[in-house]
Write a protein that binds this ligand. Structure first.
Ligand code: BES
Ligand code: ZN
Length: 463
């Protein structure tokens, strides 16, 4: 048996123990956006630092102005491969609506289907605890079996990814020298389908804005004032409605500046993936694509910019009925960006648009969220070829290069602040319901994910 085969066999033998460790991590309620779970976030960070240290990657919990980071290093002398920085996030999304979960979100369950396949159901089972543990367990297998890692590894685990990473930029600025390595490895993306591994080569950027619109100085009787007092909810709905035209294009001036047409070869590659609207939309109970006309659904998700209202509220929303003109209206709106679109120019254009629509006697209050450019990897990077090689060997199927509709703000910061490229490999599936009730991760994703990282590290070590 080659050393690689021995390490892979070690992964198989360790699987139950690996799973138990993942369950321990999942049980820690590290919801970053809710201050009530601040201590849990720290506990998750400490748990990870202790695990990594025990494996042989000395790690510590580092304070930030928000939730702490976990940072660790193991330098292997005399190896030719790159020094890689692994990134994952230990925070998770809130669990609401809790009533739709089939079990306690923080009490992980293994659910077996009729065909014998198994899935892990819990908040964070995929995003990102299950995913990041595939790497941690791969490192463990190398250390236990070979006594050493194939390449030098540093670790950076964040606890604010799901809440816009407010502490990340200052932390990277302050620790630039320590964290700038040859290559970042990121495990927070999806496979193409359950049998086909993928490397994400395009990530969308994100600009978010929270809007409060204040009108009358108190909630009003809608009979007594209706017609005389302008309703903040109506004004806000007009603002939102005006953002898209009848073809689904965003109307903000300059919005499409920097949007690049998809290269023909990439378009061809994506056309060959066998994607169908029926299957994709069918899976979420829909039939007809709702976005920009003249672009395929896959292009819309991976290579076109969008605008989405993530929340819209105000007035009386409780049981029964209350005839009121609310004093305030609220919305959370986000834009996904592609190509070279500039987040700050788009924020400026959006704000100017909102101001132009705000009545003179109203007050507009804006609160920014996120502001990250989209990212496109170098298709010819040697690490990409090595990643592809390793994944194709593990899954017995050629790995495909895909886009990712989601955003992982740190990847842009790695590039811009640390001058480091990233290799985005993940084992989630689109159907995993991340951010939703009954989030899951296939046991196969977890097991073969660990084995995949074992192979990626081995490939990278070949120099
Ligand atoms: N893991 C996701 C990114 C992702 C989404 C990968 C879909 C693959 C498919 C990540 O944790 C995430 O949700 N990111 C947020 C970032 C935002 C809060 C700044 C996103 O994309 O909304
Ligand atoms: Zn994530």
């Amino acid at each position: 048996m080659s050393q690689l085969e021995k390490v892979l066999a070690r992964v198989d033998d360790n699987l139950d123990a690996s799973l138990n460790r993942l369950f321990d991590l999942i049980r820690i309620k590290s919801i970053s956006t809710d201050p009530a779970y601040k201590d849990d976030c720290r506990s998750a960070a400490q748990w990870l630092a202790d695990e990594l240290t025990a494996i042989g990657i000395p790690s510590e919990v580092r304070d930030t102005t928000g939730h702490p980071m976990v940072v660790g290093h193991r330098v292997v002398e005399g190896k030719s491969g790159p020094h890689a920085l692994f990134y994952g996030h230990y925070d998770v999304q809130p669990v609401d609506p809790i009533e739709l979960w089939h079990a306690d979100p923080f009490d992980p369950q293994i659910v077996t289907r009729e065909d014998g396949s198994k899935m892990i159901v819990a908040r964070g089972a995929n995003d990102d605890k299950g995913q990041l543990m595939t790497f941690v367990e791969a490192a463990r297998a190398w250390m236990e079996e070979a006594g050493e890692l194939p390449i030098s590894i540093s670790i950076l685990l964040e606890g604010e990814e799901e809440s816009g990473s407010p502490s990340l930029q200052p932390f990277l600025d302050e620790n630039k020298e320590e964290l700038s390595k040859d290559l970042a490895l990121v495990c927070d993306t999806s496979m193409w389908d359950k049998d086909t591994p993928a490397i994400s080569v395009m990530l969308r950027g994100l600009v978010g804005e929270e809007i409060t619109l204040k009108g009358p100085n108190k909630d009003l009787h809608s009979g007594m004032y209706g017609g005389a007092a302008r309703n903040p909810l109506h004004v806000l709905c007009d603002m939102v409605a005006g953002l898209r035209d009848e073809n689904g294009r965003i109307t903000l001036p300059g919005f499409y500046d920097g949007v690049l047409e998809l290269p023909e070869d990439v378009k061809k590659m994506w056309d060959g993936l066998g994607f169908t609207d029926e299957e994709f939309l069918g899976g979420i109970g829909l039939k007809n694509p709702g976005g920009e006309k003249n672009y395929s659904t896959l292009e819309q998700i991976w290579s076109r910019p969008t605008c989405e209202v993530n929340g819209l509220w105000g007035g009386y929303t409780g049981e029964g009925f209350k005839t009121v003109i609310p004093a305030e209206a609220h919305a959370k709106v986000s834009f996904r960006l592609v190509g070279d679109q500039d987040p700050e120019l788009i924020r400026d254009a959006f704000r100017a648009y909102l101001k132009s629509k705000t009545p003179e006697d109203f007050e507009l209050i804006l609160h920014p969220h996120g502001g990250d450019k989209a990212l496109r990897m170098d298709f010819d990077a040697p690490a990409l070829a090595k990643g592809k090689e390793a994944l194709s060997a593990e899954w017995n199927k050629e790995a495909v290069l895909v886009g990712c509709g989601g955003s992982i703000p740190i990847v842009g910061k790695f590039k811009n602040t640390l001058e480091m490229d990233s290799l985005l490999i993940g084992f989630g599936l689109d159907e995993d319901q991340i951010h939703s009730p009954n989030e899951k991760y296939e046991l196969k994703s977890f097991h073969k994910g660990i084995r995949s990282w074992v192979r990626v590290l081995d490939e990278l070590a070949k120099g």
